[in-house]
Ligand binder design. Sequence first.
Ligand SMILES: [Zn+2]
Ligand SMILES: [Zn+2]
Length: 406
Amino acid sequence: MAEMTHIGGIHVPVTSHDADPGDRRGARERLQPWWDAERIERSRIVVAGAGAIGNELIKGLALIGVGTILVIDLDTISPSNLSRSVLFRDDDVGQPKAVVAARRAMELNPAVTVIPVVGDLRRDLALSTMRSADLVLGALDNIEARFTLNRRTRLAGAPYIDSGISDTQAQVSRFIPGVGACYECVFTEGMRRRFTERYSCTGLVRRIPDRAVPTTIVGASIAAALQVQEALAFLHNSAGGLQSGQRITVLLDAYRQFIDDLPIDPDCMAHVLPVAPEHRLDAGPESLTPAALASAAGDPDGGVDLGFDIVEAFHCPSCGAGADQPVCRPAALVFEDEAICPGCGGERQVRLTADILPDSPARNRPLATLGVAAREILRAGTTWVEIGGPDPWGAPSTVHLAHGDG
Ligand SMILES: [Zn+2]
Ligand SMILES: [Zn+2]
């Protein structure tokens, strides 16, 4: 017989024995009558980041039986990750974090599906992917990624549970679009400076080492455990857990915890209405160009807003050699030193834009080459369009209309 205790409005069973190990779900239901296994099984959760917190988070979500978990991370495993990553082994060094984490999580619970996306948070996690998720959980280690994910979850209308750790504390926040403060509401000048120090004044990437945040498995596992608890509260529609716009801080050295109501910034730029695509296209980013997208949206001369900057071209004002050399790659992938003119060694001017106009050299290039993911939702002229391509959740496509089924 399980004895119940109460944590954040959720009943947590305390038990000293386990039921039939061959029947994971049945065992849970017998022990925990409030537990809605079906709700958890049909949940889709995005985990952004497969580092220290991400490992603990994916582990927890897999063990509770979250049906589909999509893990996105750009990095590969380094030896220094091994001391705080339960899902990684020595032999995994050099492999993509998302792929290894997904494989190990499915070993922990073969009943769940974990989909790895080796990619960038800004470009490779489409708005439609987040729109069709129950929750987005941030397991990120830098301000820029959190800033981006906050903005993107607002656009997607997706609930976002953020986490952060240092060597002395763990924090978790809940942000539901349209309710209370968001991550950007409490953004400070200092945070903005750290955010922008990676970029040159022309907007290109500087080659500086990433700031290492001192973290341990202790902070990571506490933050992740709180996020799993938040996910459970959210999926069960429980009154427990945090309110939207609240943050819990656990001080590891003082063994204290407190909850803050984060103040709403009335001028916060992240408070936008979620997108509602008016058109859905079959064509994916491998074949679709901004020109074709604009035409399909009924505004052939309209701009196509990628939502992130690309470098359209370099131009050397001193030697003029090469005139305009098209680049057409995401600015986040173009390093500062690439702007040096191969002709005269001077610094070339950089033409950056997110809005691809009819005279842009990127206008007739496939969206994939510009950094746009399958199923992304883009603004063409004044309308939002969802493009095609494989569904990252792996469900078969049911979309066949070229126009106006949204
Ligand atoms: Zn805000
Ligand atoms: Zn030059």
